[in-house]
Design a protein around this ligand. Sequence first.
Ligand SMILES: Cc1cc2nc3c(=O)[nH]c(=O)nc-3n(C[C@H](O)[C@H](O)[C@H](O)COP(=O)(O)O)c2cc1C
Length: 279
Amino acid sequence: MRGPRESERNRGAPMVTATGNSGASGPGSEGTPALLPSAATGRYGGPSVDLDLLQTLRSTGAARQFHPEPVGDDVLARMLDTARFAPSGGNRQGWRVIVVKDPATRVALRDLYLRGWYEYLAMGSAGLVPWAPVTDRAAEAAAIANAGPFADAGAAAPGFAETLETAPALLLVLADLTALAAVDRDLPRYTFAGGASIYPFVWSLLLAARTEGLGGVMTTMPVRQEDEVRALFGIPATVAVAALVVVGRPTAVPRRLRRAPVHSFAWVDRFEGAALAGP
Ligand SMILES: Cc1cc2nc3c(=O)[nH]c(=O)nc-3n(C[C@H](O)[C@H](O)[C@H](O)COP(=O)(O)O)c2cc1C
């Protein structure tokens, strides 16, 4: 996978390639130990990193701890310039992005995030899959009733959520609801097809971050407080909150990702039929 500009890759520090930097890692391995540039070879905001597509797809995990330097607008613009080539239903490109810079707004967004986060933790502790469309709603309500702390962010052990406002870059990704081909809109079940026109863009954004020597994570937690997020950013009612993408220069290199094997979720001809042969 190549960064957007040939000239960028040739400027300054040496390129990092999957084969040149990570050691042997064939199709059977789940990730590579060192695809992000090391401190010596990769520079924040520096030359785009030349990455192997397969290895990048297999090793782009969530990064939640970052070196403190901000991500420049030029870097964010390059990432967005790549992500905009993501597919969307009817090529409507309904994504919208707000780069969150204002310190007070960042703190307010963190507090909104934390509310969902503590609910998430409480549901997980109760053995639930948080907010699963098909779930035990009574058990969920009971778990949420015990969630906390909500109001006093400072009282919690500071982790990714509690320090969200310090993240190098925060990109709020929105969805223009007038532009989504939500083909399951009228079904009597939970609908999700509309998101398929937005989340490939988000994933491309995270992949594009890697070409910049950066990493990050997609979070949907602010969606839980959508009305308040809308108010905070002046977002109209016809636009939904889809994700908050957090990006920066990770403090750690990608680790081996844990994912279920193909035969556990892919079948031939029938749901839970014969497993597709493969790795
Ligand atoms: C739709 C979606 C929502 C997510 N929401 C959050 C979130 O709110 N907070 C968070 O820290 N990570 C979030 N994540 C990141 C997941 O936790 C992460 O992708 C998963 O645990 C796999 O991690 P790994 O790639 O590092 O193995 C989200 C990921 C997706 C795809």
